[in-house]
Design a protein around this ligand. Sequence first.
Ligand code: DAH
Length: 361
Amino acid sequence: MSTAIPELSTFDEQELDQAFAALTAEVQDQAKLLTNEEAIEAFRLNWLGRKQGRLGQISAAWLKSAPVEAKKSLGMRFNKLKTLVEEQRAATGDPETRAIGALDVTLPGTTRRIGAEHPLIKTMAEIVSVFQRMGYSVGLGPEVENDFNNFESLNFPPNHPARDTQDTIFIAGQESKPQRDRLLLRTHTSPVQTRAMEKHRPPIRVVAPGKVHRSDTPDASHSPIFHQVEGLAVDTNITFSDLKGTLDHAMKELFGSDVKTRFFPSFFPFTEPSADVQVTCFKCGGKGCRLCKMSGWIELLGCGMVNPKVLAFHKDNGYDPEKVSGFAFGMGVERIAMLKYGIDDIQLFFHGDVRFLEQFA
Ligand code: DAH
């Protein structure tokens, strides 16, 4: 790049016009070449650099030696040139406007990738909205819970063997606290039942989506972090038929009106009686395929009538087991998303691989 500063003698309008027209043309020519970092830096140094910058030199050489009556006119031209240099440089900040002088409108545009909802969040929102349409509200609870909410209030007394199936991480250094106050990573969203019953008197209908933790070794169907949607309905005269009707409707909403449901006896400390719910395989329609291990049925969730012992913890808030009854259910979001979208490895949800995630955009 040129570094010469032409000498001015008369500083009249004509001489100034000529000198600045040449400099302006030079800036414009150079600006067309600002297509890479080196060229941009060289442009900056050439015009604005502290030592060799030509604007500095021009100002030193011309402004100082100009006769008083020419200073104003010279100054205005100088400022205009400086603005031009700065504009050209600013235009290089954005790759799209770089080399504005040589804009090629036939080049493909810069496409910005638009994010999409993660398939798990999408599935969780879908499940929640099925229940919202049935009049349920949404309740949330913390992922770090106390032992009382996660276990004791749900009828897992200290040392109850059912606790072993939900092994988790306890926060360290809590030995001096009573067991019920000790903090742990919640193993299910069921503690939100306890929080909801503490806060609201019956009747209540609430679903609680969220993240849970268990001490499980990761494999294709296990993850130490996963998601659940919990449900709770308590009112006068709630029966097992209400539970069956509600879940049958919810499964039809989620998987299509053709699916059938069936209920098998099961065990959960917080429900009595308890049941596992199966739906007809939505891939083969019940004929038997690999997805349903040839049985025609897929197990999807746990449920039951709220154990009177659980209600009794909240007797003072209107949950007298002699007066009200209720049902509860809980389902794993990963499992439902895997079945819905035909995903065969739970780990894929957590790897953050865009090639996987883009399929759900
Ligand atoms: N909390 C149970 C679990 O994590 C799921 C569950 C089963 C929740 C039955 C319920 C229920 O509310 O009634 O395995």
